[in-house]
Design a protein around this ligand. Structure first.
Ligand SMILES: Cc1cc2nc3c(=O)[nH]c(=O)nc-3n(C[C@H](O)[C@H](O)[C@H](O)COP(=O)(O)OP(=O)(O)OC[C@H]3O[C@@H](n4cnc5c(N)ncnc54)[C@H](O)[C@@H]3O)c2cc1C
Length: 371
């Protein structure tokens, strides 16, 4: 049976970042991807925001890897000319009830190590963004946007240049632990091979892959809950030039419908949050009123007719509806009797920002396994 050193399941931004990182140190690496190209799922259906790490619980992987990832991302973007813009972001309180949550969020960001945050009053806000309803705001000058497709292409080309093999149309359907590693079975070709190390970064299917390897996902809390986020575009010129966010929901299911801009300065609102039972990317036109009203709360004077359904993405959440926020799972499963199986589960936002830091963390786990 053919043997490989490292198999990465999933060619999204996480799998590609890991492949790029590992290719600097190791040979004989394969990426298996079920679609016929990379980045067809979560990584191409998101806000493309480079987050700074304000929101996440102090000490969490989300906070740590977001803050590290942001630095690496700007470095990579500069070095390899990947399209991005450091637009800055305002988190806006629009009435008195939001002032205390805003201050709490400011303190949280500072505690997490986001040092360049500023708390602004109306006068300061108007100098940066005169067209919002803010009475106070957190300003994050380091927040940006990135062309995620170009980022993935960059990781892919680094990996391929170093000899990583990418096998598309290769859906993993079997994982069997044996002495020297894992037998991996691919559906399309009815093909089996042995891999010493297996890295599961299959996004929305990461619980399924963990289950294939023999993990009881309900017992371990690995079950993925699909949480859809829809977007509406604003088909008129943007009245703002920064990213504008409301003060977020208490349990952080999402960051609240916010205004993002793409690299062409097209204004978009979203994503909202909607737990769903099966994958469905359709945007419900009937949500237009809710989007318009949510948007109007942060930016006045918008025209309802200019709101058009755009796209939707699906978050791989570890917490079900109404449950407490969960952190990323990034771990070698030796304690579960599955050494050298590295699971990455629940890699929702800020996964795009954190991708290069996640890759370095996984590289550390791999080097411990190799030693
Ligand atoms: C609505 C939304 C907005 C977001 N906004 C942001 C943001 O602004 N900033 C930010 O930092 N993050 C954001 N994120 C999070 C970020 O997009 C994700 O964390 C990141 O893209 C996850 O990448 P991934 O590689 O884990 O998943 P994916 O891109 O989904 O890659 C997983 C891959 O595994 C493949 N796969 C699945 N099963 C199998 C199998 N059995 N065999 C082989 N291959 C398989 C899939 O086809 C897929 O290509 C957002 C996410 C969503 C949903």
């Amino acid at each position: 049976m053919e043997e490989v050193e490292i198999t990465i399941i999933g060619a999204g931004v996480i799998g590609l970042a890991i492949a790029s990182e590992l290719s600097e140190k190791y040979n004989n690496i394969v990426i298996l991807e079920k679609h016929d190209s990379f980045g067809q799922e979560i990584s191409s259906r998101n806000s493309e925001v480079i987050h700074t790490g304000i929101y996440y619980p102090h000490g969490s992987l989300k906070a740590k890897l977001c803050i590290e990832g942001l630095e690496y991302l700007y470095e990579i973007c500069g070095k390899y000319s990947i399209a991005h813009r450091k637009l800055g972001k305002l988190i806006v309180a629009t009435d008195q009830t939001e002032l205390i949550p805003l201050e709490d969020l400011f303190k949280k960001g500072k505690t997490n190590g986001v040092n360049d945050l500023a708390l602004l009053d109306k006068g300061d806000i108007d100098k940066i963004e005169p067209n919002t309803n803010a009475i106070a705001a957190i300003y994050s000058p380091h927040t940006g946007i990135i062309d995620s497709h170009s980022l993935m292409k960059h990781f892919l080309s680094v990996a391929e240049d170093k000899g990583v093999i990418v096998s598309y149309n290769s859906e993993v359907e079997l994982i069997d632990k044996e002495n020297k590693g894992y037998i991996v079975g691919i559906k399309q070709e009815n093909y089996r091979f042995l891999s010493k190390i297996l890295i599961n970064c299959s996004g929305l299917s990461s619980d399924y892959i963990a289950a294939l390897a023999g993990i009881d996902i309900n017992k371990c809390g690995y079950k993925i809950h699909l949480c859809k986020g829809s977007y509406f575009t604003y088909e008129k010129s943007s009245p703002v030039k920064s990213l504008i966010y409301p003060v977020p929901h208490k349990n952080l299911t999402g960051l609240g419908v916010h205004a993002t801009l793409d690299l062409g300065f097209r204004l978009r609102f979203g994503p909202d949050t909607e737990y769903i039972d099966s994958i469905d990317y359709n945007v419900n036109f009937n949500k237009k009123d809710i989007f318009y009203e949510s948007a109007l709360k942060i930016i006045p004077g918008l025209e309802k007719d200019a709101f058009k359904p755009d796209m939707a993405g699906i978050r791989p959440k570890l917490q079900g509806h109404g449950e407490k926020t969960r952190d990323f799972v990034i771990t070698d499963e030796a304690e579960k009797g599955l050494p050298s199986l590295i699971n990455l589960i629940g890699i929702e936002s800020p996964g795009l920002t954190a991708a290069p830091a996640i890759a370095r963390m996984v590289s550390g786990i791999v080097s411990e396994i190799m030693n």
